[in-house]
Design a protein around this ligand. Sequence first.
Ligand code: MN
Ligand code: MN
Length: 452
Amino acid sequence: MDIVIRNGTLITLGGIFSADVGIVGERIVVLGEELHGKMELDATGCYVLPGGIDPHVHLQMPVGNYVSSDDFASGTVAAALGGTTTVIDFVEPEPGEPLLDALEKRRAEADGRVAVDYGLHMTIPTWHAAHPEALDTLSEVVAAGVPSFKLYLAYEGLRLDDPQLYRVMKAIAGVGGLPIIHCENGPLCETLRAQAVAQGNTTPIYHALTRPPRQEAEAVSRAIDLAALAGSPLYVVHVSCEESMLRIQAARVRGEPVYGETCPQYLLLNGMALDLPDGERLVCSPPLRTEEDNEALWGGLAFEDLDVLATDHCPFTAAEKSGHADFTTIPGGLPSIEARLSLAYHFGQRHWMTLERWVEVCCTNPARIFGLRRKGQIAPGFDADLVLFDPARWVTIQAGRTLHEQVDWSPYEGMTVQGWPRDVLSRGRVIVCDGEFVGEQGWGRFVLREQG
Ligand code: MN
Ligand code: MN
């Protein structure tokens, strides 16, 4: 054995039990007792979990005049320190750009820089949806390891109308792919935003007030119905409110293959904070909601109405967020790539989450849904992506101190959580040791994913 993790408490799909984990090369080869190897890590007092998988991040992503402040290097180091060993980011083709060219370009930005393994989702923007021949290469995109496709119902240049949505979903289903979708009613939001600004309602709280829960739920319902008509499965990203979750629940009761994702910000933060000092930092879409929504989404995550806890990590600096004449020009997005596992552990215990469910929504389900065949479980044959999680360690979240995200603030600033990753392994290599990054940029690889 090259590495043995000894005396840990394993959290797996099959339950919670004490065992040693034996690793040869990049893979787990055996779970057992009294295993020995060239290197032994003592996990006494720690939980051992599969490496976290964050299937929704935006690293060095251009948004209008801005670029999200974590690049592929800094963002994946922060991910590793937080116990996340695989991230899935996005390819966003330019109008007229072939999908495979855009994929190659995005991979060139990440390869050689990422500290952990990564995958990519392919965005189908408006231009490509409007030019059916642009979709001729979908099966080649799937063959290149990208079987999930990002669709939008909001934002100029990205938004698909109903016929486009139907046609694109049908094409994706035809190649065995999975559409993942941002559900907000874009044209309605644009109308409400213009109206607010015209009435002089320009402060950040109007960002939330002009994107109400019901318009998101309407878009969720429409996506679900069009997916059913197109014979396609569906994954709804960043579900922010109870009303949207109920639409997903109803589809699942009908037996439809609809998955739901939420994010820490929709479980822990309140939209009224947009009205407080520095409220503009909290601008993201969909917007932060109410405490009732927080509670409903925790329940959904715990009791299987939702499947995945991702982050939608998309940081902008305090300076980039501030000084805007009105809320419509504030770059949208929040950081949370590093604290996801710990926030879910600490606050999850207060919201019906079992340890098994915690691991399921942060690790196992994203691997299963997104075709990461060798990740998300602690079992022989799987990649030795592992987290030794110390449930006794208290950490007060502070940007630039306890966090390593390349951004000068955190929406969780000052919150204290108990439970933090101690050591992290990526494919059989220790990349975090006692809370310090000891890996290397460029260690991470592009993972070829297989759907279905
Ligand atoms: Mn989105
Ligand atoms: Mn996003």
